[in-house]
Design a binder for this molecule. Structure first.
Ligand SMILES: N[C@@H](CCC(=O)N[C@@H](CS)C(=O)NCC(=O)O)C(=O)O
Length: 227
């Protein structure tokens, strides 16, 4: 692997899909540059066309954005990172654990639409009680069960879903922060895991950068009025 890596992302406060591969790369100790295109900005309007084949973020470039080799969509980026750095623990080493990690990432990728729609990621925001409805409650119950079962079956080696932090934890980190934003309280093993996830160094690093952002993105702020 010779070309440097650049991850194109959006706002750290709002972009859950940007957060996932950023955490996976950072936690795996894979060096990369960051190119942030903030939502609704002139920078986005000028560069999204060359920096993202799909028009969405995140995108991982091997080489410079626009001229290097692009991989887009979070799951594809994580698989590419695993292929480039197979010994960095992007996925768990054990084949069954790895299969399970892929299953739960795919479930997150394609599902939990009620939760994602009613409780958009907003690390700075605090809207306890907002966004709750029966469909969201079902998503939350499934996530709590999934975290509890995965920890019980695969989590002996550490505080994360598969022991050490891996892509599956990166995938659920924006859910853990949503539960803080919207005041969703968990219990037992699910709560313990949420606490460990929020305390992971890469999650804290991303969270600090998100807290320093000042942009207000109306599309991600259903419970606030623009300042
Ligand atoms: N399935 C995609 C989803 C990417 C996505 O929806 N990204 C959002 C930001 S979190 C985006 O680029 N939105 C810009 C737009 O819709 O114009 C992935 O996993 O990467």
């Amino acid at each position: 692997m010779s070309a440097h890596l650049t991850l194109v992302i959006a706002n750290k406060n709002y972009s859950s899909w940007s957060m996932r591969p950023w955490l996976a790369l950072r936690s795996a100790g894979i060096a990369f540059r960051e190119r942030q295109l903030k939502f609704d900005s002139q920078d986005w309007a000028e560069h999204i066309g060359t920096h993202s084949p799909s028009g969405l973020v995140p995108v991982l470039w091997e080489g410079e954005p626009g001229t290097g080799f692009a991989t887009w969509d979070t799951l594809a980026i994580i698989e590419r990172a695993h292929e480039l750095f197979p010994s960095h623990g992007v996925w768990p080493a054990d084949p069954r654990a790895r299969a399970r990690a892929r299953s739960i990432c795919a479930e997150m990728h394609a599902g939990f639409r009620a939760l994602r729609g009613a409780m958009p990621m907003n690390l700075r925001g605090r809207y306890p009680g907002k966004g709750m409805n029966p469909d969201v409650a079902r998503d939350i119950a499934r996530i709590a069960a999934l975290w509890t079962q995965t920890r019980r079956q695969f989590g002996q080696g550490g505080p994360h879903l598969f022991g050490a932090f891996c892509a599956a934890d990166a995938y659920y980190a924006p859910v853990a922060t949503r539960f803080v934003t919207y005041g969703v309280t968990l219990a037992g093993a699910a709560l313990d895991y949420q606490s460990a996830l929020l305390d992971a160094p890469a999650v804290r690093e991303w969270g600090a950068a998100a807290a320093a952002e000042t942009e207000f993105v109306a599309a991600d702020e259903p419970y606030a009025t623009a300042p």
